[in-house]
Design a protein around this ligand. Sequence first.
Ligand code: FMN
Length: 189
Amino acid sequence: MKILVLHGSPQLHGNTAELCKPFLAELRENGAEVRYVTLANKKIGGCLGCYRCQDVEGEYGCVQKDDMELVVKDIIWADVIILACPIYSFYCPTTMKSVMDRHYGLNKYYGSAKGSLWAGKCVGLLLTHGYDVTMGTEAFVTGVRHLCTHSHLRYLGMYSVRHDEDISSFQTEEAKAGARAFARQILKG
Ligand SMILES: Cc1cc2nc3c(=O)[nH]c(=O)nc-3n(C[C@H](O)[C@H](O)[C@H](O)COP(=O)(O)O)c2cc1C
């Protein structure tokens, strides 16, 4: 199974990166092919809303030539896409939101081009947040679930850990075991 983990925190070695460690280890120990991609060091502009991608058949077709092209290649390679990010303002950080908005070229719904470049793939969420799990994650999880329905992707679920103290909140045996259990859940599909 080919799994793409998109790490979407501006903090390269922050809480979310820490939670990714046991998750990635469990995936790899179980034989998954894993690509871990950090968005923070990529140049990815926001969607321009020009709809030009909707008239480009069989390829992504965005007019913006930036690092989203690399992310799209990884998305097309993957069977499963994991969005790993902190919650910012009840949703996700800016670069992750740009990646999400720029899914448009993967769905050809609104122009002369037809079909999808990613229908049938699976999506999971690995999140960190300051509020309790409901207040912290509800809006983002709901948005991603709707995006999956809209794009004909299969939503596989979410694992999250609350930022209570400092990075040690993500280094507890409970947090690590939870991340590993979530990895096994993802591998089951
Ligand atoms: C700008 C900013 C906005 C945040 N907004 C929220 C929020 O809306 N809800 C929440 O539960 N936590 C919020 N947090 C807390 C982070 O989600 C939390 O500290 C997270 O673990 C940070 O992960 P990182 O170290 O990987 O960036 C926010 C943090 C920052 C810096």
